[in-house]
Design a binder for this molecule. Structure first.
Ligand code: GLN
Length: 311
């Protein structure tokens, strides 16, 4: 069995896709066909295989193109996520640069963004002085949440923080690519450090805090797929014993950072709505109420809306 194709073969894109699909399937690589289609399309300068003009699918690939496909496919054989192999990925219609080990935005997080947009535009959340909300994103990663909110809320401003240097650089680069640098402040910050919130005071209290924090229960980290375990920064995933370490830090920041009746939107594990509910009951000093829990597209309770009820 030979995974590599002879370089000088006269193979069409469709044949190359079939070849690598078979190789991936044999090696137990998840999403074998999608992986080979995305790789071949990428090498031919397209986003998806379906969007390739029919003539490009039947024409033979050049030796250079075959070699490029081979190189990217061998990364996939090492279980590298497709998003890192391609170097970019779409989120809420934005094409974002992806680079290891920065957390790859997941489709369910698009639902969190859509919920925030719905709440803000229906005005159940307060608006900032300039007609749009001032939003804090904790753990911005590639900038996916912040940049899609900025794009869809033209009056909004965002403060995006992350403790990882690679994440800060990637958010910066993506903001620059999308020409959104004038409405975003990107700040290296670890919210778990004592007094870290004081660095955010110059921007004033926030209307909204949004986060997809690390929330995986520590003991579940071992069971993550090799794509996640070997390539993504565990710091963006591991939420400690009950996955609550960062969540509780964010909630505890509310009195310092959030306007009265400001809102916090979080993506969490399905076990968290209950845990967060009882944690909030043990902290009446924070004046925070869990006002809504929303399910993801698989029907699991994954998104929380928490509101500050007063000083
Ligand atoms: N949903 C992600 C995963 O399963 C975890 C996201 C997170 O911890 N913020 O990989």
């Amino acid at each position: 069995w030979q995974p590599y194709l002879p370089l000088a073969g006269l193979l069409s894109a469709t044949e190359v896709v079939s070849h690598w699909t078979a190789v991936f399937e044999k090696r137990g690589i998840p999403e074998a066909q999608a992986s080979s289609e995305y790789i071949v399309a990428h090498v031919l300068g397209a986003k998806t295989f379906q969007s390739l003009r029919p003539v490009l699918r039947t024409q033979p690939l050049s030796p250079w193109q075959l070699q490029h496909v081979q190189k990217l496919s061998s990364c996939r054989l090492q279980r590298m996520p497709l998003q890192y192999i391609l170097g970019e990925w779409d989120f809420q219609g934005l094409s974002l640069k992806m680079a290891p080990p920065v957390f790859i935005p997941r489709p369910e997080t698009e639902e969190l963004v859509e919920w925030v947009l719905k709440e803000v535009t229906q005005s159940s959340c307060p608006m900032g002085a300039q007609g749009g909300p001032l939003i804090l994103e904790v753990g911005c990663g590639s900038g996916a949440i912040s940049l899609s909110l900025l794009t869809q809320l033209p009056q909004s401003r965002v403060i995006a923080v992350d403790k990882g240097e690679a994440a800060i650089c990637l958010t910066q680069e993506n903001a620059q690519r999308l020409r959104l640098l004038d409405r975003i402040q990107i700040v290296p910050l670890d919210v778990t450090l004592e007094g870290s919130w004081s660095h955010l005071l110059p921007w004033g209290p926030m209307d909204l805090v949004v986060s997809n924090p690390p929330y995986i229960f520590h003991q579940d980290m071992e069971q993550l797929a090799p794509e996640i375990r070997s390539y993504e920064d565990p710091v963006a995933l591991d939420g400690g014993e009950e996955g609550m370490d960062i969540i509780t830090h964010i909630l505890a920041l509310a009195p310092w950072l959030l306007k009265d009746s400001g809102s916090i939107f979080l993506e969490v594990d399905p076990r968290h709505p209950e845990l967060v509910g009882s944690w909030l009951q043990s902290r009446p000093d924070l004046s925070l109420d869990l006002v809504a829990v929303r399910k993801d597209f698989c029907g699991r309770p994954r998104f929380l809306h928490i509101r500050r009820s007063g000083p």
